[in-house]
Design a protein around this ligand. Structure first.
Ligand code: ADP
Ligand code: TYD
Length: 203
C-alpha cells in the first residue's frame, strides 16, 4: 500500500507520518517512511536546491521540473522497490504538493503540472491523507522550528491560504483516494484517526 500525507507547511505531516509508521509497525506491518522533495540520495540533493535560498530563486516552471526530477528518482530508488517487497510506503508529500504549490497558486500552470506528471511519474498513492487546518496557526508552528528550510513559508500567509484551498479542492475532486483530516487537534488524537482510516482502507 502506498500512502501520502499532504497539507500546508506546518500542518503536522512529518509528526503524523512518523506516528503512523510506528502504529503500522506495531500492528506487524513492514513500513518504509519517506519524504519529498527527497527520499533517495539524489533526490535529497535536489531538495536542497528547492527549499533553501530566496523565494524568487526559481520560476514556477523550473520548480515543476526540479520537483519532478526528484520525484522520479524517489520513485525509482525507494518507492517502487519497497512496494515490490510488499512493504507499506508512507511518504510525507507526493504529486499533490506539486499540483497545489506549483499548479494552483502562481499562474495557471496546472496543465503543465498534469502533463509532466503523466509523462514522467504516472503513479498515484492508494490513499492520500490531507491534514487541514488554519494556515495562520500552521505558519507559526512551521516558522517556529527555524529549520533553515523556509523558502516556501517565506511566501507568507496569503500563499498558505491559497494552498489550503487547493488541497481542499483536490480532496473534493478525488473522494476515493483523498481524506481531509482535521489537523487542529492533539497529535495523539489525529494519529488514532489516521491509523483507523488506513486500517479501514486496507480491508
Ligand atoms: P509539517 O511536516 O507539516 O511541516 P511538522 O510535523 O514538522 O509539520 O510540525 C510542525 C511543528 O508543529 C513542529 O514543531 C511540531 O512539533 C508541531 N506540531 C505538530 N503537530 C502538532 C499538533 N497536532 N498540535 C500542535 N503542534 C503540533
Ligand atoms: P517539506 O519539507 O514537506 O516542508 P514542510 O515541513 O514545511 O511542510 O517540503 C518543503 C517545501 O517544498 C514545502 O514548503 C512544500 C514545497 N513543495 C512544493 O512546492 N512542491 C512539491 O512538489 C513538493 C513535494 C514540496
Amino acid at each position: 500500500m502506498f500512502i501520502s500525507l499532504e497539507g500546508i507547511d506546518g500542518s503536522g505531516k512529518s509528526t503524523q507520518a512518523r506516528l503512523l509508521a510506528e502504529g503500522l509497525h506495531a500492528a506487524g506491518h513492514e513500513v518504509v517512511l519517506t519524504r519529498e522533495p527527497g527520499g533517495a540520495p539524489g533526490a535529497e540533493e535536489i531538495r536542497r536546491l528547492l527549499v533553501e535560498g530566496a523565494t524568487d530563486r526559481w520560476s514556477a516552471e523550473t520548480e515543476i521540473l526540479l520537483f519532478t526530477a526528484a520525484r522520479r528518482d524517489h520513485l525509482e530508488r525507494t518507492i517502487r522497490p519497497a512496494l515490490a517487497d510488499g512493504k507499506i510506503v508512507i511518504t510525507d508529500r507526493f504529486a499533490d504538493s506539486t499540483r497545489v504549490y506549483q499548479g494552483a497558486t502562481r499562474g495557471d500552470l496546472r496543465g503543465l503540472v498534469d502533463g509532466i506528471h503523466e509523462l514522467a511519474i504516472a503513479v498515484e498513492p492508494d490513499l492520500t491523507l490531507i491534514l487541514d487546518m488554519d494556515p495562520a496557526v500552521a505558519l507559526d508552528r512551521g516558522l517556529a522550528r527555524g529549520s533553515g528550510e523556509d523558502r516556501f513559508e517565506e511566501f507568507g500567509l496569503e500563499f498558505q491560504v491559497a494552498l489550503r484551498d487547493g488541497f481542499k479542492g483536490l480532496a473534493r475532486r478525488n473522494p476515493r483516494r483523498c481524506r481531509l483530516i482535521d489537523a487542529s487537534r492533539e497529535p495523539a488524537e489525529i494519529a488514532r484517526h489516521l491509523l483507523n482510516t488506513v486500517t479501514q482502507a486496507m480491508r
